[in-house]
Design a protein around this ligand. Structure first.
Ligand SMILES: Nc1ncnc2c1ncn2[C@@H]1O[C@H](COP(=O)(O)OP(=O)(O)OP(=O)(O)O)[C@@H](O)[C@H]1O
Ligand SMILES: Nc1ncnc2c1ncn2[C@@H]1O[C@H](COP(=O)(O)OP(=O)(O)OP(=O)(O)O)[C@@H](O)[C@H]1O
Ligand SMILES: [Mg+2]
Ligand SMILES: [Mg+2]
Lengths: 250, 250
């Protein structure tokens, strides 16, 4: 089972769009996937119109109000989801550095999935650190914009700290260029710099800027349900193929 | 003196671009402005290429390592800055809900400014809450995109909590439409909905999408220093004019 946090504390770089559509793409390849929305803004939950008051969510699960089975929303055969709730914002203030195993402890009895993918808020707060205490892998969406590179320094520093103090297993195993517009000069500069630093961790597939991805979100559908012939669907299918080819960790 | 937090926990909506260029525009109108970069990503600091290791910053100030005078970087006669540092990320984990007056206590001796403007990280963590404990006003940049509206619910809830428990003075006094593209359908829907909810707090000036704003950042300049004839410069001059016309609080 691969456990992956989709994380970049720089805001608006495509974390949710990547987490949701990659999870869907993997499930269409026959992988069993659990998508966890760890952002109180609930953007991943909205993206698949999966908010359901009669089922629990990540907040009720972490607080102990519901069991794991009672908290899982079934999107399709191969895709399950732990939706988010606005109440999750409260958890951040209740956690102390001593509670960082809250996610690890909660997920210890999670069923048999091939992938567990977390959509993270743009933050390096205690809830995100507790997620990094649990996962083995981090995927970093990078929007090739001017501010992209300096944000990565802070992110790498935080992940190094987690590896030394909390979770020796954690590794950055994927850099995903998102909202990619090949013609711009800044794009080439950022891609060259990131590839020089991360080498083979940078996926070859780039998620191109594609308005169909935005439209799909506004209809509460994955790109595959909305328009499977679109550039967005092709890019995410190709990305999922590369992710599956990486499978070495179980 | 007006104290304003530029805040929206939704990422990448233009907080830094608005905080930096509005601060510059106000200073060109003759107002004395202190711009505070409260994001460990240092994007506002980079935007004005103001990082200076021989001067203190908001981190050394909050930790008590430097005094206020030792921490201020002078950008121009009317524009001073408290730059950020990657170390600021550490403060978030050291704060407890009992320390929320850290910013209020630090700024109690701040000199005579007409405006103090905080560029906030995309978060509602304890450092941001301590900023909200201090300021009288909140400006919310809104990018008219699909996810814009649901993020506002969480933000309003947090500001209401601050008003009740920490700072009865705080009020939302400005909604700024940023990265505005008038032709898109989603834009009209979001603008109508936000204006219905916030009424006159929504500024008439919309900050239009303008590549010159991005270019200015990559050169470490405000839009006025980079290209004062650009759409971006005109929009921020017009926004600053509206902000000055609001002056009722001192
Ligand atoms: N490849 C793409 N093409 C076009 N638009 C995109 C693409 N990826 C993301 N977007 C749009 O960009 C905006 C930001 O994307 P998204 O919300 O996924 O980023 P995020 O990193 O999750 O944001 P946050 O930091 O708030 O969590 C959204 O409006 C989304 O629809
Ligand atoms: N009016 C605009 N026109 C064109 N590009 C813009 C505009 N405003 C912001 N941008 C670009 O959009 C991206 C996001 O803007 P910015 O960094 O200011 O957002 P933010 O809300 O501060 O992000 P974060 O949540 O990470 O703090 C940046 O690359 C910036 O250059
Ligand atoms: Mg997101
Ligand atoms: Mg910013």
């Amino acid at each position: 089972m691969r456990t992956i946090a989709v994380l970049n504390q720089k805001g608006g770089v495509g974390k949710t769009t990547v987490a949701v559509n990659l999870a869907c793409a993997l499930s269409l390849y026959g992988k069993k996937v659990l998508l966890v929305d760890l952002d109180p803004q609930c953007n991943a939950t909205i993206s698949l119109s999966s908010a359901n008051p009669s089922v629990g969510n990540i907040y009720t699960l972490l607080c102990g109000g519901t069991s794991l089975e009672q908290s899982i929303t079934i999107i399709s055969n191969n895709l399950h989801m732990l939706t988010s709730s606005i109440d999750l914002a409260g958890i951040e203030h209740e956690l102390t550095p001593a509670d960082l195993s809250i996610i690890k402890d909660t997920f210890v009895h999670v069923g048999t999935y091939d992938y567990i993918i977390f959509d993270c808020a743009p933050s390096l707060g205690l809830l995100i650190l507790s997620c990094l205490t649990y996962v083995n892998e981090v995927f970093i969406p990078v929007q090739p914009e001017f501010f992209a590179l300096n944000g990565l320094t802070l992110l790498l520093k935080s992940i190094d700290m987690v590896r030394v103090k909390l979770n020796p297993e954690i590794a950055i195993t994927g850099i995903i260029f998102s909202m990619f517009e090949g013609r711009r000069l800044v794009t080439k500069e950022v891609v060259d710099e990131v590839t020089r630093h991360f080498g083979t961790s940078a996926f070859k597939t780039k998620i191109r800027k594609n308005v169909k991805l935005v439209e799909a979100q506004s209809y509460g559908k994955s790109i595959f349900d909305y328009d499977k012939e679109s550039i967005g669907a092709k890019d995410f299918a190709s990305l999922a193929g590369e992710v599956i080819n990486q499978e070495v960790r179980t």
